[in-house]
Write a protein of this length. Structure first.
Length: 397
């Protein structure tokens, strides 16, 4: 997956260089200063699908207009790819000019909304100093988690720390039962492959009910929480947001990819191909045997990867992955063995012909929501367990 385009990488590098210069001696905020939450809308790519949050500090008297951004990471950090694979991903607080920040989001066609916070002079200084201290090299890194420690969740944590927990939070309400996965589904309507990848990689942990501050992992939910919140001064509550405005709104919104490139269509084509190869296996069973080996070994490799992520990494949300019921690592061995000892596996395949229909019958009743686009693939696995017609004919003779 392509994480950043070239101009975004340039912006991040420029931001980090800029942070080291201007914040070496942070200015003293004037009475005209403002602190606000920026909420960026969704984009088409998976990493853009959930929006983004950042803090803007603006002081025209000091010529200061910067954005503090908890969503930055450095490809050049030591053991970057190894840490990513292990689930020890380090993100950092970065800094950029507001004009550069807005330029990047306009370039991507993503909306930017601003909520100016109702902070007095002392409170604005407190937030600014906290962010400046957090920006220092020894403080700016943090251990990233998709849901519990990201660019959005760090902001209420920062505000509580800087303001002595005087914010009274009234978190966004979600009608009905909400889970991390159900909210992900709401934000990936137009990204079937991205949704499938998340469903394959993350287990039943993210199907548990959530509410309150847990919803703030989504920037748009944080925006709602900030709008409802108040700040307490001497036993009196004041609205936390005093002004809301749109800084950029794209004229054209993205839509869904063509159905013919989606997973359900391609898995259906795979299913039909395997069915046809089985149907004509009375003339030649070689194509069917090749497809069977590819499908069994492919799903077996997928299951092995999922199992390793669960057991041997710190990706805690990959635990208890019920996709292993259909993508079992054992299929890897069965697929390889079917090339050499096909007849010895017939009894095993007979059991599997009962197993896959039973799994499909329970598909919607498991503790984990399994992606329905996978159903044609599971049916294809069932067909793979059928004996080629040449073998059936020989048995009858």
């Amino acid at each position: 997956m392509k994480i950043f385009k070239i101009n975004t990488l340039i912006l991040i590098v420029a931001s980090l260089l800029f942070s080291g210069e201007i914040m070496a001696t942070p200015p003293i905020l004037s009475g005209r200063a403002k602190v606000s939450l920026l909420t960026c809308g969704q984009g088409k790519a998976l990493y853009e699908a959930f929006g983004h949050s950042a803090i803007r500090v603006w002081d025209p008297s000091q010529g200061l207009d910067v954005v503090f951004n908890y969503g930055v990471f450095d490809f050049n950090q030591e053991n970057f790819y190894a840490n990513f694979a292990k689930g020890n991903m380090l993100y950092m607080l970065g800094l950029s000019q507001t004009t550069d920040f807005l330029f990047a989001y306009r370039n991507y066609g993503r909306s930017v909304r601003e909520q100016v916070l109702n902070l007095d002079s002392a409170e604005r200084v407190s937030v600014f100093r906290f962010l400046d201290n957090n920006l220092q090299v020894e403080n700016r890194n943090y251990l990233y988690n998709y849901f519990r420690n990201n660019c959005s969740t760090k902001i209420p944590e920062m505000l509580d720390s800087a303001l002595g927990k005087r914010i009274v939070w009234r978190h966004s309400d979600i009608n009905g039962k909400a889970s991390y996965r159900s909210l992900i589904y709401d934000y990936t309507v137009f990204n079937a492959w991205g949704r499938l990848g998340i469903d394959l990689g993350l287990g039943a942990v993210i199907d548990q009910s959530i509410g309150g501050k847990e919803l703030n992992f989504l920037p748009i939910e944080l925006e709602k929480s900030i709008a409802r919140a108040s700040i307490r001064r001497e036993m009196t509550d004041f609205p936390l947001v005093i002004e809301t405005k749109t800084l950029y709104e794209p004229a054209v919104f993205f839509g869904a990819d063509p159905y013919f490139t989606g997973p359900v269509f391609l898995f259906t084509i795979l299913l039909l191909t395997i069915c046809l190869s089985w149907y004509y296996s009375g003339k030649s069973s070689l194509p069917f045997r090749i497809f069977r080996t590819i499908v069994l070994m492919g799903t077996g490799v997928l299951g092995l990867v999922e199992l390793c992520i669960w057991l041997f990494t710190n990706h805690i949300d990959a635990a208890w992955n019920f996709n292993l019921l259909w993508a079992n690592p054992l299929w890897l061995a069965f697929g390889f063995a079917s090339l050499i000892w096909e007849k010895r596996l017939y009894s095993t395949f007979r059991i599997m012909r009962f197993y896959f229909p039973a799994l499909l019958a329970l598909w919607f009743f498991l503790p984990q929501t399994l992606n329905t686009d996978l159903i044609p693939l599971v049916i294809a696995l069932f067909v793979c367990c059928c004996e080629p017609k040449t073998s059936v004919s020989k048995t009858e003779n």
